[in-house]
Write a protein that binds this ligand. Structure first.
Ligand code: ADP
Ligand code: ZN
Ligand code: ZN
Length: 727
């Protein structure tokens, strides 16, 4: 009888599977089951990927698994196939993909069943952790919990002595313990949807008519009712007894989206995102896998969650760059969604008001079927965009007189205003007026951002912080000036300009505490705040019906970025932010402040709208040979000594030359645009090819060889296929 060899994926940075023998006295674990195996001197959880009859290693080295962990496969054949193809496409270690994408508790070898888990959270009466300067342990526990409820196992990992502290804090009534229970809402009546417009109905019908795979790009202006299209399409899928997978960029930022799905589908909805505890994540994952959840809504990693009876995949805001995982296994969830739909043979619906150039190009080539929603739903109209030339203007901070007048007009009429600036903190630079000294981060090539409310200097690149200096460290002068403005400063400035109105700031700093974001969004919605000041966080998918004026304070910020995607991003941001206004009865107005009123990007955006603009950008990309007209991969390296990263990349370049790289251009190596970050020196090598095949052929041969180079020990390196940031 031929020997049965189990090929097992193990979460390790190695580009192959590992061979094991099954146990003598038990049936061999099936493909898709987890096993505990000996690995070096430890034991590890792995996933059986293949049953084979030949081993790669010598007979004498073969070891038996320790134990099987699942009686039946955790992953369906189609998800296994998806993960295998993902590992292949991104040239990622198979274990990082196959095991690394499982929920944490399953990776840790826990049974694939719901667990009773205890978690701790803050009560209403919990004080600000910063106020407990004399009780550092209590402050530490409070600030961990301020980020959200934590399971006991998570606290064990974060704060070894937390149990003693927890008893004290619970005694004061500041924190509480509760069992994490699966959602069991029963008293729920489904909300009835709107009567669809003709365009919405056509979109739903097109998707519903697709038998098997089909990719649809729902190109609909902000507020055109894309969500309504998703909801109706999903209703039809549920009616046939199948499930829908819905990907959203950052669910915690848009609780409204989740609420709308829950209102429509009630307990059939399971939610999966990084803000959940391990127990909650496992519960949602299992609900999707068993088919008990009709709708799984999740952020990018949900694309790998198994579904018992898949019927439809939806990707909302498909252009959003948060779909790209930026470390470890660097995949793009939108692209994985399309691949998955193909494997599962179901339709995939990609929606956006500002589609990515990649998806637009697929629409043009006929690979995707484009569905348009050109008008806003209901009575709302699209806002009018205007440029405000701020050259020579006497600015109050970042606010020009014309913008201030427009704000005043809206406020007087009792309406709401939103001011957008994609820069948090008080000021991006602190400067000594006497000698020019600027405090810089020692670990990065950058200066500190001043956070005045928190009274500290913060590095936005490595997170390091230091107390606010009272004197210059160069000359001792007390004359330290904040230079430039972030949202915190705008909040102050605008408060001084309009003392009779309430200002609400929404950014990562103002929403650090648990529940703060919900409270802020609620205040924005119910109109208790007159002026909203915020970053990107305010731009995403929110529906604030009373906002009639949006001011984009600094469009110039986006005009000079080095990345080839900068114009696309700027356009998407401007349109998404604009899309927040005029969603109610009153029409909206968008004022864009710039020193570059003649800049072709801004002019094209204003005159042609996003789709004309995107068409021009596509032509430019084609002429310049950038994606989607070409394909990129970026090899990054970091080292603790200044020269090592570049030196290592130099070696990889020679290696590529030895292997031969016809059809692939290698550009570099060069220092990264931020050459030092978090104490490490960084460099990069860009690979560019007009066809994918030669690029992937090179990568397949290059990576395993590269991982064997002696120089690899001096660096940390990573490969990013289809990078969204080339810096
Ligand atoms: P999008 O997702 O495109 O931004 P939404 O689905 O959020 O748009 O719809 C915007 C607003 O229009 C919502 O308040 C929604 O309830 C409403 N709406 C959507 N479809 C219709 C319709 N067919 N008739 C009336 N109102 C609609
Ligand atoms: Zn000085
Ligand atoms: Zn830093």
């Amino acid at each position: 009888m031929p020997r049965l060899i189990l090929k097992v994926a193990i979460d390790a940075p190695l580009w192959h599977l590992f061979d094991y023998l099954p146990l003598f006295n038990a049936p061999p674990p099936a493909v898709g089951c987890r096993v505990r195996v000996p690995f070096g001197r430890r034991s590890q959880v792995g996933l059986v990927v293949v049953h084979a009859s030949h081993a790669e290693v010598a007979e004498a080295q073969l070891r038996h698994i320790h134990e099987p962990l699942d009686a039946e496969p955790l992953l369906s054949p189609s998800v296994l196939e998806l993960l295998r193809r993902a590992a292949d496409y991104y040239h990622a270690p198979p274990g990082e993909v196959l095991v690394g994408t499982l929920p944490g508790l399953l990776r840790a070898g826990r049974p694939a069943q719901q667990v009773v888990v205890w978690q701790w959270s803050l009560t209403e009466s919990a004080p600000d952790p910063d106020s407990l300067t004399r009780a550092p342990r209590q402050a530490a526990l409070l600030s961990v919990l301020a980020e959200g409820p934590r399971e006991e196992s998570q606290l064990d990992a974060a704060l070894p002595t937390w149990r003693v502290t927890a008893r004290t804090l619970a005694g004061k009534g500041w924190i509480k313990r509760a069992q994490v229970a699966p959602d069991s809402a029963t008293d729920w009546t489904p909300e009835v949807g709107h009567a669809l417009t003709t365009a919405q109905r056509a979109a739903v019908d097109a998707v519903a008519a697709s038998t098997g795979f089909g990719a649809f790009l729902l190109d609909g202006v902000t507020g055109s009712g894309k969500t309504e299209v998703y909801l109706t399409a999903i209703e039809r899928v549920l009616a046939t007894g199948r499930q829908a997978l819905v990907l959203v960029p950052e669910i915690s930022l848009t609780p409204q989206t989740e609420a709308r799905f829950r209102a429509r589908f009630g307990p059939a909805v399971a939610v999966l995102h990084s803000g959940l505890s391990d127990g909650e994540r496992l519960a949602a994952w299992l609900a999707a896998r068993s088919g008990w959840a009709g709708v799984l809504i999740g952020t990018r990693s949900a694309v790998f969650a198994p579904l018992a009876r898949p019927g439809l995949i939806v990707v909302d805001e498909e252009h959003d760059s948060s779909y790209k995982q930026q470390d470890g296994f660097r995949y793009h969830a939108r692209d994985m969604a399309v691949l998955r739909a193909r494997i599962e043979d179901v339709p995939v619906l990609l929606g956006s008001a500002t589609p990515s150039l990649e998806s637009l190009a697929h629409g043009r080539s006929g690979q995707y079927c484009t569905l348009h929603l050109r008008e806003r739903a209901g009575s709302a109209r699209l806002p009018q965009l205007e440029l405000l030339d701020v050259r020579h203007q006497r600015m109050a901070g970042l606010v020009s007189p014309a913008l201030a007048a427009a704000v005043r007009e809206e406020l007087t009429a009792g309406r709401q205003v939103m001011l957008f600036l994609n820069r948090r903190g008080y000021a991006p630079v602190l400067l000594c007026h006497a000698c020019g000294w600027v405090p810089k981060c020692k670990r990065c090539d950058t200066h500190y951002t001043l956070h005045r409310g928190r009274r500290l200097l913060l590095c936005h690149h490595c997170g390091s912080e230091r107390p606010l200096p009272t004197r210059c460290e160069g000359c001792g002068a007390r004359d330290l000036l904040p230079l430039g403005a972030g949202t915190e400063r705008i909040e102050t400035d605008i408060g001084e300009l309009f003392p009779d109105h309430t200002v609400l700031r929404v950014d990562r700093d103002s929403t650090r505490r648990r529940g703060a974001l919900d409270a802020h969004l609620q205040a924005a919605r119910d109109g208790s705040a007159d002026i909203l000041v915020g970053t990107q966080m305010l731009a995403k998918g929110h529906h604030f019906p009373a906002v009639t004026l949006v001011g984009i304070l600094d469009a110039d910020q986006g005009l000079f970025a080095a990345d080839f995607r900068a114009s696309e991003r700027l356009a998407q941001t401007i349109y998404q932010v604009s899309g927040r206004c005029g969603r109610g009865e009153q029409p909206g107005r968008v004022l864009i402040q710039t020193h570059q009123p003649q800049h072709p990007v801004l002019r094209a955006l204003l005159h042609g709208g996003y789709s004309t603009f995107a068409g021009e950008l596509l032509a430019e990309r084609e002429a310049a040979g950038w994606p989607p007209s070409s394909h990129l991969a970026l090899l990054r390296a970091e080292s603790t000594r200044p020269e090592d990263a570049l030196w290592f990349l130099g070696k990889t370049l020679s290696l590529a030359a030895e292997l031969g790289h016809a059809g692939v251009e290698l550009l570099g190596p060069v220092p990264a645009p931020m050459p030092k970050r978090a104490g490490r020196y960084r460099a990069q090598l860009l690979l560019q090819a007009s066809r994918r095949a030669p690029l992937h052929a090179l990568l397949r041969a290059w990576l395993p060889a590269l991982a064997q180079l002696p120089a690899v020990r001096q660096v940390r390196w990573s490969l990013d296929v289809d990078p969204v940031d080339t810096y």
